[in-house]
Write a protein that binds this ligand. Structure first.
Ligand code: FES
Length: 112
């Protein structure tokens, strides 16, 4: 498991997302109302909509293209649609306010 520092939690507004590219995967880090963070792949399983541009409501995001509803806790598409987006563990380091994103990888790599 690789650990990436991807900025400060204070830099993301509530109900907004920051996008990072790691190992050729675009990951969207969302800040929920209240400040908790969630991270999922930035790619809708329907037709590749950018989920980072969707509307956040509670712990769900609505895809900006066709409104599929995706749970930010586990990446599951909500009924009546079906599918799943990869989700990632993300946390805020209490002492520094840094956002730490955990991504599985066999090779050491860098965030961009
Ligand atoms: S691309 Fe996301 S709902 Fe169609």
């Amino acid at each position: 498991m690789n650990r990436f520092i991807i900025g400060q939690a204070s830099e993301i507004e509530e109900k907004r997302a920051r996008v990072v590219r790691i190992l050729d995967t675009e990951i969207a880090i969302f800040k929920l109302t209240g400040g908790e963070l969630r991270a999922i792949e930035n790619l809708c399983p329907h037709k590749n909509g950018k989920l980072s541009e969707g509307i956040v409501c509670d712990h769900h995001v609505y895809c900006p293209l066709h409104d599929w509803k995706i749970d930010l806790n586990d990446g599951l598409v909500q009924a009546p649609d079906e599918g799943c987006v990869k989700s990632y563990h993300v946390e805020v380091e209490e002492t520094t306010g840094n956002i730490i994103l955990y991504v599985e990888s066999k090779e050491p790599t860098r965030a961009s």
